[in-house]
Each structure stands twice: as C-alpha cells, then as structure tokens.
Design a protein around this ligand. Structure first.
Ligand code: CO
Length: 157
C-alpha cells in the first residue's frame, strides 16, 4: 500500500526552495492560515493573532512578509487568503504536522503532544519525514506490531 498522507510533492518542493527564506515562525503562520481556511474558508488577522497567541500588530507584520514572498494576499478588514503557492506549501505544512503528531501519538505520547509536534516539525528533512510517514502507514497495516510494542513498553516501565 502506498502512503496516503504524503503526496503533496509540490508542497515540499516549494519548501526545499524556500527553506532558507522561511523561518519557523513563518511556517507556523502559514500552517495556521491554511488550517483555518480549510475549516472556515477564510482567515482574519485578529483570529490568526489569537490562535498564535501574538498581538495583532505582530501578526500583521508577519502576514506582510508572507505577502512579499508571494504566499498570501490580504485585503481590507484583515481578511487573508492564500495564493496558489501559499496553498501548496500550507497543505504540505499541515500534513507534516499531522504526520509527526500521529507518530508521537502512536508511540504513546500524550503529554505535550502538540508542543512537541510544534518543536520537531520545523527541523526534519524530507527523507526523515517520509520515513516517519511510512512507519505510520506500517503501523496502520500491521496493528499487531504496534500492539506488541505497547506491551513491550509497559513491561519496561
Ligand atoms: Co504545526
């Protein structure tokens, strides 16, 4: 079975190209914008600031940077939309987040799951991410192996 999570080829090609230009914070913004547009169809500067726990003025500055790099458009009343390039990269960033979170969750991490995902996600190579994605699929296909690991883990505690 082919891995189903990891098919946004364009998304990670973009990330490779933009790697030196995008900070972790910019990635977080783009991921959050993509996530919210997926849920609600749009994103507002104020909502974005709330979600990321920053001041609206900081959010505005970051959105301007993302605009300069061609990832977002923003209009009056603080409405943010994604360009095609922004959508492709946002989709990849959200997938990357979900792959890491799923992996940590499946090996039994419960505390600080979100915080740890956020810390790890920015620093992985594509190859490592792909391998983790494959491991997730492997666990799905062979749940008995994951079950064995969990038994092993509880024995060693
Ligand atoms: Co994230």
């Amino acid at each position: 079975m082919e891995s189903n999570e990891f098919h946004t080829v364009r998304g990670y090609q973009l990330l490779e190209q933009e790697k030196k230009l995008l900070t972790s914070a910019m990635e977080d913004y783009l991921e959050m914008i993509y996530r919210n547009i997926g849920n609600e169809g749009y994103m507002r500067i104020n909502t974005l600031a709330e979600m990321l726990n920053v001041r609206p003025s900081s959010a505005t500055k970051m959105v301007q940077k993302l605009f300069q790099k061609g990832f977002v458009e923003y209009e009056k009343y603080g409405i943010i939309t994604l360009t095609e390039k922004g959508k492709a990269l946002g989709e990849f960033l959200l997938k990357r987040h979900n792959i890491i979170e799923k992996f940590l969750s499946s090996i039994g991490i419960r505390d600080n799951l979100l915080i740890e995902t956020e810390l790890i996600e920015h620093n992985l190579s594509i190859d490592t991410l792909r391998s983790i994605d494959q491991l997730n699929s492997f666990f799905e296909e062979y749940p008995e192996i994951l079950k064995k690991f969990k038994q092993y883990r509880s024995m060693k505690k």
